[in-house]
Design a protein around this ligand. Structure first.
Ligand SMILES: *Cc1c(COP(=O)(O)O)cnc(C)c1O
Length: 439
């Protein structure tokens, strides 16, 4: 009789994972290594085998207060005892209303209407639909295209994808299904670069030529995230706002990544002192606990939509305003506002600056940049993911590079000692080409 050696639970999980489960941008043919996480607390992920990793990613910008936070746990548990969900058509509830009021309060003053949805991509779809319905209501349905920036990232659904960078978003794959939007080059100047009017000329020309068919400009204010981790000057954003006013085009600010303090101001629009017509929030909205997003707009947009042909805004997700997610978002946002987040983000910025500085000496590093609680090391060529991921895990840190970028955006609660450990590990791995590139 053949005796079967029972697989350990972790091996079983990994086997089933490889057979059945898609991961972000993954393949089943060349399945990437994935690390099973058993639990997470503070800034530390504990793997199933007991190894502990210091988390430099805040689970993709979300976990600003760290994992397993007592205040957020309490908020969820208390809401769970009341109701985890109830439909939003014809019904309302305290968590959604209080959250909406708080978001209206802390975002630029003219934004006063809030649409809740499930994820960032959907918040972008909602923003785009708002812009289209607005111009329809104004008797200008021909204003139906969007103008976006190259290197932008706005999500993975079809509308959102149509305004993502055409190359990294592989637009040619979907060319029959994607709306053909307009693009201008990404801003060339860095955050601190002295302003030159030439930086805005392509945007100005595009608006001058196409404003008659443009519903909105959509951009990530100040920080282009997943499309390249690039920082650009506040003046660029100011000039875009002026041009949108001049050419009568709406401005959509996608702050899904930058919202809630990440860039050093509560919202990145504040660097430029501008107000968008439509604002998208997500990611850190619930402190990384739940999936929730919000699209805010001003009265001009909401009035237009409601006076238009449809008479209503044509969107209504099943899980709209999910009470559990809203209660968590409310607790997370209050926790943030009560904390000394500005000092925290400032201290993280200083730590990242100091900690990553040795990388700028390296031949194979093209740039090191820090803004708010975001630290980026850009290499001369793309990393070899399998190699560098393993090396970073061996160093006890969780950092997930992409392309030429090795970057961190830690939880705001990360201590000075932890930040030092995080950046030191990053420097050790990046310093050695054998640990970064194709073996
Ligand atoms: C992550 C992100 C999105 C998409 O959000 P999902 O929740 O992943 O759908 C959209 N815009 C920006 C700027 C993002 O960083």
């Amino acid at each position: 009789m053949q005796t079967e050696v029972p697989m350990s639970t972790t091996d079983e999980i990994l086997k089933l994972d490889r057979e059945h489960v898609w991961h972000p941008y993954s393949s089943f043919l060349n399945a990437p290594v994935v690390y099973p996480v058993a639990s997470a607390s503070g800034c530390t992920l504990t793997l199933a085998d007991g190894r502990q990793l210091l988390d430099g990613m805040a689970s993709w910008w979300c976990t600003i207060h760290g994992y397993n936070h007592p205040v957020l746990n309490d908020a969820m548990q208390s809401q769970l005892g009341k109701m985890s969900h109830v439909m939003f058509g014809g019904l309302t509830h305290e968590p959604a209303v209080e959250l909406a009021a708080l978001l209206v309060d802390i975002t630029p003053p003219s934004l006063n209407k809030v649409f809740f949805s499930d994820s960032g991509s959907v918040a972008v779809e909602v923003a785009m639909k708002m812009a289209l319905q607005y111009w329809h209501s104004q008797g200008k349905p021909q204003k139906s295209r969007l103008l976006s920036l190259r290197n932008g990232y706005h999500g993975d659904t079809f509308g959102a994808m149509s305004v993502c960078d055409p190359v990294t978003g592989m637009h040619h794959l979907f060319s029959n299904n994607l709306t053909q939007q307009l693009f201008v080059s990404a801003p060339v100047a860095g955050y601190d670069t002295p302003w030159d009017e030439s930086y805005i000329s392509e945007m100005q020309q595009a608006l001058d030529q196409h404003h008659g068919e443009l519903a909105a400009v959509i951009l990530e204010p100040i920080v282009q995230g997943a499309g390249g981790m690039r920082f650009y000057p506040p003046k660029y954003l100011q000039r875009v706002r002026e041009l949108c006013d001049h050419y009568d085009v709406l401005l959509i600010a996608d702050e899904i990544a930058t919202g809630f303090g990440r860039s050093g101001t509560l919202f990145a629009c504040e660097h430029a002192g501008i107000e968008p017509d439509i604002l998208c929030l997500g990611k850190a909205l619930t402190g990384g606990y739940m999936t929730l997003a919000a699209t805010l707009c001003n009265t001009r947009v909401s009035d237009g939509i409601c006076r238009g042909e449809a008479g209503v805004f044509m969107h209504g997700p099943t899980f709209m305003g999910n009470p559990l997610a809203c209660a968590t978002a409310l607790a997370s946002t209050r926790l943030l506002l009560q904390s000394d987040w500005q000092q925290r983000v400032h201290d993280i910025k200083a730590s990242l600056h100091k900690g990553l500085a040795p990388c700028s000496e390296l031949d194979h590093v093209s740039d090191v940049r820090v803004l708010g609680a975001i630290g980026v090391v850009e290499l001369e060529k793309p990393v070899h993911m399998a190699t560098i991921q393993q090396e970073l895990v061996n160093e006890g840190v969780w950092i997930r590079p992409f392309g030429k970028l090795v970057y961190v955006m830690p939880p705001y609660v990360m201590s000075a000692e932890e930040l030092e450990r995080l950046t030191a590990a990053m420097v050790r791995v990046v310093s050695d080409p054998a640990r970064c590139f194709e073996p």
